[in-house]
Design a protein around this ligand. Sequence first.
Ligand code: ADP
Length: 620
Amino acid sequence: MSSRTLRRLPMFLLLVLLMGLAGFGAHRIAQQLGLAELQATGLHRLDLYSASLEREIGKYAFLPGTLDLERDVLELLRHPDSGQPTAKVNTYLEQLNERAGTLSIYVIDTAGRVVAASNWRRADSFLGEDLSFRPYFREAMASGSGRFFGIGTTRGEPGYYLASTLVDASRTLGVAVIKVSLEQLEKSWSTVEAPAMVSDENGVVILGSVADWKFTTLRPLDEPTRSAFDQTQQYNRRALKPLGLREIAELDHGARLVEIARQGSEIVSVYPVSGRFLAQSRPLPGTPWTLTVFSHLEQVDEIAQSRALVAVVGAAFVFMLGLMLDERRRRLKDRLAAREALQQAHDELERKVDERTADLSAANQLLQDEVAERIRAERTLRAAQDELVQAGKLAVIGQLSTGIAHELNQPLAALRTLSGNGVRFLERGDLATTRSNLERIAQLVDRMGLITGQLRAFARKSSGQLQPVALGRALDNALALLEPRLRQANAEIVRHSPLPEPLALGDANRLEQVLVNLLGNALDAMDGQPAPIIEVDCGVVAGRARLSVRDHGPGLAEAALSHLFEPFFTTKAAGVGLGLGLTISAGIVRDFGGTLSGANHPAGGAVFTLDIPLSPEASA
Ligand code: ADP
């Protein structure tokens, strides 16, 4: 057996128990109700049948008593042996018998001898017979009237005897007897719907709606009773077989549950005559008889069974319904639990999200702090950078000062010579030579002013404001600043510039500073070459201004490539290079929103490229 089946076993047993109980209960109740109904119907029938029997008997009850109204009858009894009235009375009785529809009418004298009879003509007439032993005679003699059921002694015909004394002036002369056929009484039962019977004081069935029941006994007869019957010849030596009635249970109101055994021969009847019955009895008034009505239980049983079946099915249905409802309730509960779990999970999730959000905001705060820290560092660096720019400038100035001194010393020496010569030519009166000298002096002074002016401009701190810068002009200025060095190195500058020259957005001074730096590095790289060449390209590429400076030196070393723009990276001898030039230059270009990059030219030498946004004016 599977565990599933095992689990269901109690449920199944419960169902079986429930169905059994319901079936049993319904059966019991239906049976009780059916029995009660049957009992009511039975009582009704009992009333009906006894009334019709009484009516039938009553019809004849008065008849024997009326015979003493007949003078001939009384005369005959007074003088039994006169002979004369006997024929007359016989004829009278014969006619009366015919009209009344009775079996026979006869008159008995006080000694018990039949003195006149309706059947006087017949050979088996009991005229002259002694009937003193018959109970109805004795009863009538004793109490004035007698009633008796019995079977005729002469012809063996069963009948009901009604006897009444014939009295003449308070003297009993004899007894008049009427015998009524039982068939006559039974006639009224021809239409009964249920078996009925009349049993006498001996428990012998004398009347029955079922023919075979007649002369059966309801209870076994003991021997003394049997011999008494022989004496009175009540049943005229009939067999008196038992009916086979067995009492099952005693109910209230004199009702009983009985069972009538099936007879050997099949009885033809409109209603069942064997089986279980509800038997209801009642004594018939004026007789020692008992009327019994039988109602078959078959119908009640059938109804009870069908009710029980309905109850069983109903119980099963209710049980299933209960199971279904229970299942539904359980499912609903599960769903609620699931919803609750979901809600919990949701709450948990929300809580976690809140936590994470808190973490995140903390992290965010940290990040912000970090960024702020970086910005601060950047600012500090920028400040330091600015300082360095200034320092770089000073370094360049320092570097240049030798050249400048040399530059200025020459014109100054020339000025001294020219002015000294000029004085002498003036004394000689050579005015033309004097003018020529003075003109050369003026030229020299202009040149010296130019040099000092450029120096001033270089040293000046930038305003920080971005303005349109003509790249060509900036290049001119840078080259002018480097003029002495270029000349000294015998360098050649090759310029490729389109027209009109690009207008970038930046700061002229600082851009010049960058260019001086790049050109200076190029000269350094080609140091020792007899005719160094620097190529400067200037143009617009992809909507931005671009300027590149290429030399023909050894190019950038592998190590230098990755550290070019780091502060204090230099390959030059101490005191010659600081390693700040490119760092400062890159910072300046970045300030313009541009980039500075260094690479090796495929054909040799290094090339540095400036990429700066165009001025909106230029774009326009
Ligand atoms: P410095 O010139 O003081 O060394 P820079 O920042 O200007 O500092 O240059 C850093 C280094 O980059 C130089 O020391 C040199 O090694 C390398 N460099 C710069 N320009 C060139 C160039 N045109 N050719 C070869 N190397 C160069």
